[in-house]
Design a protein around this ligand. Structure first.
Ligand code: FES
Ligand code: FES
Length: 889
């Protein structure tokens, strides 16, 4: 221990510092300054913990407190408060640079350190100053804009007041500050990890390090004897089914006799502190008997392969759906040009910055049967609570969604909640389960890898006549929603195009690889990658301009998609025409560029993405308040996309209210009814639609009675609360033989243009600019829309070029090749607004769209630059060099 004195946000603290204590812990645990976050297991890779020490931005996880005698520390809380924000905090709010907000305090502090010494930084200087700070949501575009805007504010050239929209600005089409942005900018928004519960036990979970084995014995005696240990939680302690059933019963909370993937949870140790729990967990002895490992779908489909879920009555080939439209073989025979290829997509981690934490505590109002409150990461609080109730046999439960640091599909299913709630029940105490990043990677579902054998054909004029896609999908060890992903890939098989003859099949196969579930786009990015690369190959085969080939083959209203569902709106031609001058400019510039070591390329890809899904339905309620404001009750998670803005602005628009008279209640099962997940880009279309239905009922009642507030409405004999609903017109499964049947009733469309440069010596690909033309119907909040487009494209570029999750090897952000400010790129977004039939005030969803066309746009750009297609993602430098016929590093 060493006695030191330091100042934090102007206050002096005398501290007895342990030699290993880091500043991040001191700030969070001793001063309850929760603005500094931790994402990267204190490896200095994420920058979420950035604060300023003696005028310099530092990562507080790397700073020993004992070395800070006399230091002046500033955290985001010291910069400004929601009541009195600093100009940099204003700039982040106004620029739309805050989505989930987990990176925001660190970004703001790094920006402050830069602007203190450089009042007018260039974009390169901004990127350099933020080089240690990661963001998964924004693609860094709006963060860089925010720093530029902050610089302007600080130089006195502009003031925030000039930019905040007026209260009476139109509620549709205006980028009002997000309801939670200021709290996130000032570090006061509480994420799960920020919940402190007196007396809570901390958990350490022991997980399998092998992909497949029988559990022969477990010896916990050493762990139980360790200091601070409250006990050990085993599968046998769980009173319910011990199965987390999202759709299928195959995944345990804790394994009983067998592990099926690296990372499977076997037991948990509960102790007074996290360090004590982890120390005790290291004393657990587990004897495992290795079983054969099915490391690919091909191995799992072998005749003599061991069946992974025999006990659940599920074969390795757990889902198979054909899709047959027209006569593709006959069309092939008469085609003027045919190309075929095998195309592979990889296993990808969705990579939200925040670890997958859960806390659980007891409400003893009912002493006989207390209520268990689970606070966590869910984007589907009601369904997840039901899963926990069944798995743990504890009915009296509430699920509350905390602020979460990004989602992108990873939160579609329950992970840390199961073991945390089970431990709270066993030990009858509050419990916090704050896993590391490494552990979060191990426990979460991933993007399914697809192997796709495709064939595409056209007549001599370039009219597409047939498309084949044989998809082999690696489901990993557990099913979750695997068949939904495979089915969505089939629904979006033909993308933006009219292809009269289709023949495809999706086979979903259990393996001992990490389990798959939702990942931004869920099946569509994989299928669209295959389609758009095949279309590009065909253009080259036909000697046609890829732009013209795409334009010629767009679906028209009245024609049908792959499932046979006829469309009434298809605004793709307008998007392509909007893109045409950009495409021509990019091609011209690439042709004029000196083609030496660096080669320029231009890639194009389309995307048409279905919103929600057949059979989807949602409910939402609204209630007139005593002051004439309106409260909204809807289980609509907002892990960063902007759903809070959407619900607020829709309500203000329909009811003619100022935004401060709209009150959202969206995060607790106690206050809302089940309304499905914040996934499938469905929240605006489905939950927003249900809300508008409720609001219109309320408005009608107010108009009929002349009531202006709740008491007047009730005095007139009408209720103050109204429940609205929305249902998709299409329902039911696809025909099991032909894949024909229902479809998506609403689509979002985009055309993506990627300009890039390939370094032919290193194989590195640098994206110079992305341009997107997008139509998501009428726009509620332009900044949120472009934020989704920019973030989606950045994630798509990562999938195209770098990102891959390798079980047992990928342990941190550097290993995952997380996108950084250095890999970010400028992005121009062109917005067209075709009001959607059945849309929510003409709007539909957008969240996943701009990942969907990005990987093929990048791969097609690489082909344009070097003359070769990279057929298996990601297009790493080694693969690019191999395509160039050069030795690889
Ligand atoms: S927690 Fe400090 S850099 Fe990631
Ligand atoms: S806003 Fe940056 S990680 Fe979410």
């Amino acid at each position: 221990m060493q006695k030191i004195v330091l100042r934090v946000n102007g206050h002096q603290h005398e501290v007895l510092a342990d030699k290993d204590e880091v500043l991040l812990d001191f700030l969070r645990q001793e001063l309850d300054l929760i603005g500094a976050k931790q994402s990267c297991d204190r490896k200095g890779q994420c920058g979420a913990c950035t604060v300023i020490v003696n005028g310099k931005a530092v990562r507080s996880c790397l700073q020993k407190v004992s070395k800070l005698d006399g230091a002046e520390v500033m955290t985001v809380e010291g910069l400004g408060t929601p009541e009195n924000p600093h100009l940099i905090q204003h700039a982040f709010v106004l620029s739309g640079a805050i989505q989930c907000g987990f990176c925001t305090p660190g970004m703001i502090m790094a920006s402050k350190a830069l602007l203190d010494v450089n009042p007018d930084p260039s974009d390169d200087q901004i990127k350099q100053a933020l080089k240690h700070n990661l963001c998964r949501c924004t693609g860094y575009v709006k963060i860089i804009e925010a720093v530029r805007l902050a610089a302007k504010f600080l130089r006195g050239e502009q003031s925030p007041d000039e930019l905040y929209p007026a209260d009476d600005a139109p509620k549709m089409g205006t980028s009002f500050p997000r309801p939670t942005a200021l709290a996130k900018a000032c570090g006061t928004a509480r994420f799960t990890v920020d919940y402190k519960i007196p007396g809570a036990l901390e958990l350490a979970v022991v997980r399998s390090e092998v992909p497949h084995a029988l559990i022969k014995s477990i010896d916990t005696s050493g762990a139980e004897a360790m200091p601070g240990v409250a006990g050990v939680l085993l599968a046998s302690d769980i009173q319910g089914t011990n199965r987390l059933k999202y759709m299928v019963v195959d995944r345990p909370v804790l394994c009983t006799d067998r592990v099926r993937q690296i990372g499977d949870a076997i037991l948990a140790v509960a102790a007074r502190t996290k360090a004590e729990a982890e120390a005790a967990a290291r004393k657990v002895k587990i004897e495992l008997e290795p079983l054969p490992v099915l490391s690919s779908p091909e191995e799992a489909l072998a005749e003599d392969a061991l069946q992974l879920h025999e006990e659940h009555g599920r074969p390795n080939l757990c889902f198979c759906q054909p899709m047959i439209k027209g006569d593709a073989e006959a069309a092939l025979a008469g085609a003027a040009a045919v190309v075929q290829a095998r195309l592979d997509t990889q296993l990808v981690h969705q990579a939200p910055l925040e670890p997958e934490a859960t806390v659980a505590y007891w409400d003893y109002e009912d002493k006989e049967y207390p209520r268990l409150v689970v606070v966590g990461r869910s984007i589907n609080i009601h369904h997840h609570m039901h899963m926990l109730q069944e798995a743990l046999d504890w009915e009296n439960m509430t699920y509350e969604e905390a602020f979460v640091g990004g989602q992108f599909g990873i939160k579609i299913d329950v992970v840390s909640e199961g073991v945390c709630a089970a431990a709270a029940i066993k030990f009858n105490q509050p419990v916090r389960y704050i896993p590391s990043l490494r552990e979060s990677m191990l426990m979460t579902p991933k993007r399914h890898p697809f192997r796709m054998d495709v064939k595409i054909a056209a007549d001599a004029e370039g009219k597409l006549s047939a498309f084949f896609n044989d998809m082999l999908v690696d489901n990993g060890a557990y099913h979750s929603m695997g068949h939904v992903v495979a089915t969505r890939a089939l629904h979006m098989l033909a993308g933006s195009y009219h292809i009269p003859n289709l023949q495809a099949e999706a086979r979903l196969v259990y393996t001992n690889n990490p389990w798959g579930a939702a990942a931004r786009g869920a099946g569509a990015p994989q299928a669209n990658f295959a389609l758009e690369v095949a279309v590009e190959m065909l253009a080259h085969e036909l000697g046609m301009d890829p732009f013209e080939l795409r334009l010629k083959n767009l679906l028209q209203p009245g024609q049908s998609k792959s499932s046979g569902r006829t469309v009434s709106q298809w605004p793709m031609p307008g998007l392509m025409e909007a893109m045409r001058p950009h495409y021509q400019r990019a091609k011209k510039e690439a042709a004029e560029a000196k083609q030496g070591r660096l080669r320029r390329g231009v890639g194009l890809a389309n995307g048409s993405f279905g919103i929600g899904g057949p059979g989807d339905q949602a409910v939402a309620a609204c209630e007139l308040d005593a002051d004439g404001g309106v409260s909204v009750y809807a289980a609509a998670a907002d892990p960063g996309e902007g759903n809070d803005s959407m619900l607020s602005q829709l309500t203000a628009e329909v009811m003619g209210l100022p935004l401060d008279k709209v009150r959202l209640h969206t995060r607790s099962t106690d206050l809302t009814a089940a309304s499905g997940p914040a996934a499938g880009s469905r929240v605006t279309y489905m939950i927003g639609g249900a809300l508008v239905d409720a609001l219109e009922q309320l408005k009608e009642a107010m108009a009929e009675t002349g009531a202006k507030n709740a008491s007047e409405l009730e005095a007139a004999g009408r209720p103050a609360r109204y429940l609205g609903g929305k249902k998709m017109s299409d329902a039911g499964p696809l025909d099991p033989e032909t894949g024909q049947g229902p479809g998506f009733e609403s689509q979002v469309h985009a055309v993506q243009l990627c300009e890039l440069e390939v370094d032919t010596e290193t194989g590195e690909v640098g994206i110079l600019k992305m341009t997107t033309a997008v139509d998501a119907g009428l726009v509620i909040h332009p900044q949120n829309l472009t934020g989704q487009v920019e973030g989606g494209a950045d994630m798509g570029a990562g999938m195209a070029l770098r990102e891959e999750y390798i079980a047992g090897q990928t342990k941190d952000w550097r290993g995952f090749k997380f996108p950084t400010p250095a890999t970010s790129f400028p992005h121009e977004v062109i917005i067209l607004q075709t009001p959607r039939v059945n849309g929510t005030l003409g709007c539909t969803g957008v969240g996943e769209m701009c990942l969907v066309p990005t990987p093929p746009a990048v791969i097609n750009g690489i082909k344009d630059a070097i003359g070769a297609f990279i057929r298996d993602l990601p297009a790493t430098p080694d693969k690019v060099l191999a395509a160039l016929g050069k030795p690889q590093g």
